[in-house]
Design a protein around this ligand. Structure first.
Ligand SMILES: NC(=O)c1ccc[n+]([C@@H]2O[C@H](COP(=O)([O-])OP(=O)(O)OC[C@H]3O[C@@H](n4cnc5c(N)ncnc54)[C@H](O)[C@@H]3O)[C@@H](O)[C@H]2O)c1
Length: 188
């Protein structure tokens, strides 16, 4: 909590205020349940749930005072269930509940809280998954693209565009929502 408060304080002091908080940090520690260690469960919960809790708690003080703030959390399509990701899936569904609750509690103070649930996005995280599965990165991306309704993988720009909108004043009547940016991956 102290580190989160110091980080937010540094932003407020250095930039003269804080308007947007994006809880983006993430890790995976995938394994089938019977092989998953307690340490890997705790680590994933800590980064995806306790981290956003600490950061949001530290930021909301400033947001409430100024009656303005945008919070964006990163969930995942894995929240809907994914083999080998009991820890990550539970954490990402937790992010969804956390976001809805922030919407309810902070709405009266001019603060919007939303989440994005990305599908397969080409980043170091999915490259690491390819390595773990002993697959070539391009082969892994193609496999995912071939199974996606829009026949491509996602890119960080796809998430950035949705994030920019959800953190804009044009989205001020949207709160507590989780937007799936996944090329329709979980449609059917
Ligand atoms: N890439 C995908 O397909 C995908 C899909 C769904 C959701 N997500 C989510 O999107 C977010 C970004 O993922 P990404 O694909 O860019 O992953 P990434 O591995 O490329 O980047 C994650 C970043 O989080 C940072 N990080 C990890 N633990 C941290 C900690 N304890 N404190 C501070 N920083 C920490 C890492 O240093 C890294 O810069 C994550 O929350 C991830 O779970 C990604």
């Amino acid at each position: 909590m102290a580190a989160a408060e110091a980080a937010i304080r540094a932003v407020v002091d250095g930039l003269g205020g804080i308007h947007i908080l994006v809880n983006n940090a993430g890790i995976t520690r995938d394994n089938l349940l019977f092989k998953m260690t307690e340490q890997d469960w705790d680590l994933v919960m800590g980064v995806h749930l306790k981290g956003p809790f600490n950061m949001t708690k530290a930021a909301q003080k400033h947001f409430v005072e100024q009656k303005y703030g945008k919070i964006l959390n990163l969930s995942s399509v894995s929240a809907l269930g994914n083999r080998g990701q009991a820890n990550y899936s539970a954490a990402k569904m937790g992010v969804r509940g956390f976001t809805r609750t922030l919407g309810i509690e902070l709405g009266p103070f001019g603060i919007n809280a939303n989440a994005i649930a990305p599908g397969f996005i080409a980043t170091e995280m999915t490259d690491a998954t390819a390595a773990r599965l002993k697959m070539d990165v391009e082969e892994f991306r193609k496999l995912n693209a071939d199974h996606n309704p829009v026949r491509r993988v996602g890119f960080p720009e796809d998430i950035a565009a949705a994030a920019a909108f959800l953190c804009s004043d044009e989205a001020s009547y949207i709160t507590g929502q989780t937007l799936y940016v996944d090329g329709g991956a979980k449609l059917g």
